[in-house]
Ligand binder design. Structure first.
Ligand code: FHN
Length: 436
């Protein structure tokens, strides 16, 4: 029954968005998807004027700030320690292949010199520098690709009204001024700026659909515009439903594909065939939270990366810079630790296939050519019994190939691996399986 209802909702959405005719990605787009699938690791940045409040990127909504109260924040958003080149060097050192930056979050504030909204970093802050421009140039110089997060939801503009599910406690907007067509045109104008003034952009990462999930978002026009301006540009939408035509990758928020542990609705039947990306945080929240007490350990972020790869997915790992433009030390440290680990074990992550054995808390599998990598994630377990292994194994060794590991393939496709006491890694013991 659930499946039928989802199918009906999906067809209605297609009709509403005019996308039922289908979408043929260009050759450049397919090439970029192939690059994306190999990349496996990107850095997400949630940064905006909300960082001044030190209470996450939802502070405007969560503290029911009025437009005039929140409107004071740009006046003292002056990140004098922001250094795009330092950030880009850090991201490069983390082993990431791309960076996704919040060009505009739900508060409606643009982090570039937008000509269609003065509510932007150059016109409304003492900083007056185009952060998008500096970041794009610095990342490009480090060989990192850039994507832009772009919020469909807007807590500031009148034309976005009537209210969606969120922002109802934010005083200062006039519902009689709602004008959906004007809002769609505004977004198209902003996306045109982002895709024409900053060189090659490799993806647009939409978010906020769920605020008005039955609305006509004109995805046919919006996605069509993006693909017309930059055909290789990958479109993804964090709508928490199955992919719709015009999209080039599928994302999963704080969730491994199909697990739906966060309740965002991406259940197993919603997982499609597009390249996948899991996004998650190093901190407890996306935007800077001064009282954050949920800082993740190195092992936690590493397991995120490894399990995502085991699902055949990229990891987009978030940092939430502070209002002065610095990234907190422990977040920097996590990125550097990942980079050090990837220098050694990168071949078991980049360019691998996953998804052929469901990862668990004890193990994950990735594959490249004739080598399968078994990531042993629970160091306490010296004997693993792994069901549903249909490939035939010729040998198992440690990652450096120096020690052989004892194993058996028993009936019912179960693989039994015995790990000697003297071999281990508290984070992830990577073993290599040669195939027959
Ligand atoms: O509301 C946002 C949230 O602030 C953040 O940007 C995350 C990133 O995946 N997405 C939204 C919630 O789905």
């Amino acid at each position: 029954m659930k499946k039928i209802l989802s199918l009906i909702a999906f067809v209605c959405l297609l009709q509403a968005s005019g996308l039922a005719q289908g979408y043929q990605p260009s050759a450049e787009n397919l090439e970029n998807r192939a690059w994306f699938e190999q990349a496996r690791f990107g850095v997400f940045i949630h940064w905006g004027v909300y960082s001044v409040m030190g209470d996450g990127e939802w502070v405007m909504n969560n503290q029911n700030m009025s437009l005039s109260e929140y409107g004071l924040l740009p006046k003292f958003f002056n990140p004098i320690d922001f250094n795009a080149k330092e950030w880009a060097r850090l991201f490069k050192a983390s082993g990431a292949k791309y960076v996704t930056f919040t060009s505009r979050h739900h508060d409606g504030f643009s982090m570039w010199d937008s000509k269609v909204s003065d509510y932007n970093i150059v016109k409304a802050t003492p900083f007056k520098r185009d952060i998008v421009k500096e970041l794009v140039e610095a990342c490009r110089a480090e060989g990192l690709k850039v994507m832009f997060y772009y919020s469909l939801l807007d807590w500031k503009r009148d034309d976005y009204l009537p209210f969606g599910r969120t922002g109802k406690g934010i005083a200062g907007r006039d519902e009689s001024k709602g004008d959906w067509n004007s809002y769609i045109q505004f977004m198209k104008a902003q996306l045109t700026e982002l895709l024409t003034n900053y060189g090659r952009i490799d993806g647009i990462w939409f978010d906020g659909h769920w605020d008005k999930k039955d609305e006509n978002w004109h995805y046919d026009e919006i996605y069509g515009l993006i693909h017309r301006l930059q055909p290789h540009c990958l479109v993804g939408n964090n709508h928490h439903i199955a992919p719709i035509p015009g999209e080039d990758f599928q994302m999963f928020e704080r969730d491994l594909p199909g697990q739906n542990t966060t309740g965002f609705g991406t259940s197993a039947e919603d997982v499609g065939q597009l390249p996948k990306e899991v996004c998650g945080t190093i901190a407890g929240s996306w935007g800077f939270d001064i009282k954050d007490r949920k800082q993740k350990s190195f092992k936690e972020v590493l397991l995120y990366l490894v399990k995502a790869a085991g699902h055949g997915s990229n990891l987009l790992l978030n940092v939430g810079p502070m209002p002065n433009g610095e990234i907190q030390d422990y977040q920097q440290e996590r990125l550097r630790q990942l980079g050090e680990w990837l220098k050694i074990y990168g071949e078991s992550i980049y360019g691998t296939e996953g998804g052929f054995v469901e990862p668990t808390d004890d193990y994950a599998f990735t594959k490249k050519g004739n080598t399968v990598y078994l990531h042993v994630l629970n160091g306490a377990k010296r004997r693993l019994e792994i069901p549903n292994i249909t490939f035939k194994i010729a040998n198992i060794t440690t990652f450096n190939g120096q020690s052989k590991i004892t194993y058996r393939q028993i009936e019912g496709d179960t693989l039994v691996v015995e790990i000697p006491e003297n071999i281990g890694d508290e984070n992830d013991l990577v073993l290599k399986l040669g195939l027959k």
